[in-house]
Design a protein. Structure first.
Length: 277
């Protein structure tokens, strides 16, 4: 099996490539830079949107895992809309070439303001440019893959917890602040409840999804449990033996964040129960 991973130099790409290699899978990794790409990969740095025939260029992979995306934490950046046609055209080239499987990283922000458990049937009403573009790409690729034999996995991500300093999540920012010797971290009241999943578990789940054929379409990469943001962040600080303290109430909650939202984990639980190794 040969898997192409785009965005392989990014935070998620690094972990997913490592997990694929651990399973004995040949990984072709691409990004603009190879600074953090796992060295056991076949590395091809490129601007993926400028390649006329990416299927041939990347040596006819069996599976594409498309993680590449810019400004993912700047939810109302215009680049999400500007880049959407390029993502669509890139992915469509693989479908037209007859690739067997395609996995694309989605987001719970496709749903918009919603309270409760999200599954593949939950109506999408995104409230940010990021959510709108991800949801639009999902709909476009569902149309394209339904015309062919390409299997589509839409990897709907939730909140990923990891202690890297290089990311843009709140956990990465706290890690950065701790390493800089700061004593306080400005925070909201942290009352919103979200679905948190550890970084390594997230990467394991993504790889498990693409290695099976029985469960396809939208798959929530999630824990299936809601937890207060404040509780998870405080626990994160304790788990990593950080000294920094949260400075509550310094920032308001984002208006498009739900009070309590989490993923329905039925599909991913079934996949993981059968993943074996």
């Amino acid at each position: 099996m040969k898997v192409l991973v785009t965005g392989a130099n990014g935070y998620l790409g690094q972990g997913i490539c490592k997990e694929l290699i651990k399973k004995g899978i040949t990984v072709i990794a691409t990004d603009f830079s190879d600074e953090h790409i796992v060295k056991e990969c076949i590395i091809k740095c490129a601007n993926i949107f400028e390649i006329d025939d990416p299927y041939e260029y990347f040596d006819k992979p069996d599976i594409l895992i498309h993680l590449a995306w810019r400004n993912g934490f700047v939810h109302n950046s215009i680049t999400h809309i500007e880049d959407l046609p390029m993502h669509y055209n890139f992915l469509k080239k693989f479908v037209n070439a007859g690739i067997s499987k395609m996995a694309v990283l989605g987001s719970m922000h496709e749903i918009g303001f919603y309270e409760g458990s999200i599954d593949e049937f939950t109506p999408a009403n995104p409230q940010s440019l990021y959510g709108i573009s991800k949801n639009s790409l999902r709909q476009l690729m569902e149309l394209e893959c339904n015309k062919t034999n390409t299997i589509l996995y839409w990897l709907r991500g939730f909140y990923i917890v990891g202690n890297t300093k290089s990311g843009c999540s709140i956990f990465s920012k706290i890690t950065q602040a701790e390493m800089e010797g700061k004593s306080k971290f400005p925070f909201t009241m942290g009352l919103n409840q979200f679905d948190f999943i550890d970084y390594n578990t997230f990467c394991e789940m993504v790889v498990a999804v693409v290695r099976q054929n029985g469960i396809t379409g939208i798959v929530n990469i999630c824990s299936g449990r809601p937890e207060k943001l404040a509780d998870r962040v405080e626990r994160f600080i304790k788990e990593n033996n950080y000294k920094i303290q949260l400075d509550y109430g310094k920032f308001p909650d984002r208006p498009y964040d739900s009070k309590a939202v989490w993923g329905n984990s039925n599909k991913i639980d079934k996949i993981m129960s059968k993943s074996g190794d």
